[in-house]
Write a protein that binds this ligand. Structure first.
Ligand SMILES: *Cc1c(COP(=O)(O)O)cnc(C)c1O
Length: 297
């Protein structure tokens, strides 16, 4: 597979940032690969290795109907010759999203669980049911959120050759955040932008992987959800369009758009000292734009 690694780091500049004397650098993980973009490759890499070491020829994972994770997983499985099963949190009455059509095109088998069942996805009963139905498979948790996913995300530090004060990234499950928090030097601070109304699960997940006694130079910010996960409004759309014309860079509406919207607000409100250097991981997610009847034109 042709991967654009190490991904480049670009600095964005504008009058606003210049006035505020804040530097923003963006690690362009969105351009690692046209399909398996952003943090998805980093989280899958060692899981694929493990699946192959364990002699599994099928990989099963979980996600919602717009899941960037299932999207990337289906493509990678097809490419590397694994069978794939996507267990889908079905909230849209089986109306197929472009994401799920893409998964099917990559020969992913889809299996739907209703919201209640999906909440029990880690239970032994559910796993047994899936084993009975699909036989032997390698299981990747939702969002690639396991130790191997974290290990892959930690590797990002091998590719960073600039100095910075703050490291920022969007937060879904918190897997990427955990990798970044673990790998970061402790004179830096991590800010995770979590586009949810509540972030208890994400915090717990990060603390699960990163002992809070050792790793406490991080915080999650969640006042940027626009009404909840996946919710958008015209201000956000306007912001993302403006970002594209100002910096020639696309953002998705679920994660990276909300991150920069929030970060720019913080800068506007002087949340950072002068001469602060901020490094943002662009985690990709641009396929999700297909899910909205939305175009930049
Ligand atoms: C999947 C995804 C995330 C969430 O990553 P986690 O490791 O689950 O926290 C963030 N941003 C984008 C664009 C994603 O596709």
């Amino acid at each position: 597979m042709n991967l654009n690694l190490p991904s480049k780091i670009t600095k964005i500049s504008s009058n606003f940032l210049h006035q505020k004397q804040v530097d923003i650098f963006i690690k362009r993980d969105d351009v690692i690969h046209p399909i398996i973009s952003g943090n998805k490759w980093r989280k899958l890499k060692y899981n694929f290795q493990a699946a192959s070491d364990e002699g599994c020829d099928k990989i099963l994972s979980f996600g919602g109907v717009f899941s960037n994770h299932l999207h990337a997983l289906s493509y990678a499985c097809n490419y590397f010759g694994f069978g794939s099963i996507g267990v889908v949190r079905d909230t849209h009455a089986k109306k197929e999203t472009p994401t799920l059509s893409f998964c099917k095109k990559n020969k992913m088998k889809l299996y739907y669980l209703d919201r209640n069942q999906y909440r029990q996805k880690k239970s032994i009963q559910t796993i047994n049911l899936l084993r009975k139905k699909f036989g032997k498979f390698y299981l990747i948790p939702e969002g690639g959120n396991n130790l191997l996913g974290i290990k892959g995300c930690q590797e990002i530090f091998d590719e960073i050759d600039i100095d910075y004060d703050y490291l920022c990234s969007p937060v879904g499950t918190g897997c990427t955040a955990a990798g970044l928090i673990k790998g970061m030097k402790n004179n830096k601070k991590f800010i995770g932008f979590a586009p949810f109304t509540k972030t208890i699960e994400q915090s717990e997940n990060i603390k699960n992987f990163c002992d809070f006694q050792l790793y406490n130079n991080w915080e999650l910010i969640s006042d940027i959800h626009f009404g909840g996960f996946g919710k958008i409004d015209s201000n956000l759309i306007k912001f993302v369009r403006r970002f594209k014309s100002d910096f020639n860079m696309e953002l998705d509406l679920i994660y990276t758009g909300k991150l920069f919207y929030s970060l720019f607000n913080m800068i506007k409100n002087d949340a950072f000292d002068k001469r602060t250097k901020i490094l943002v991981i662009h985690t990709g997610g641009l396929q999700g734009l297909n899910g909205f009847n939305f175009s930049y034109s």
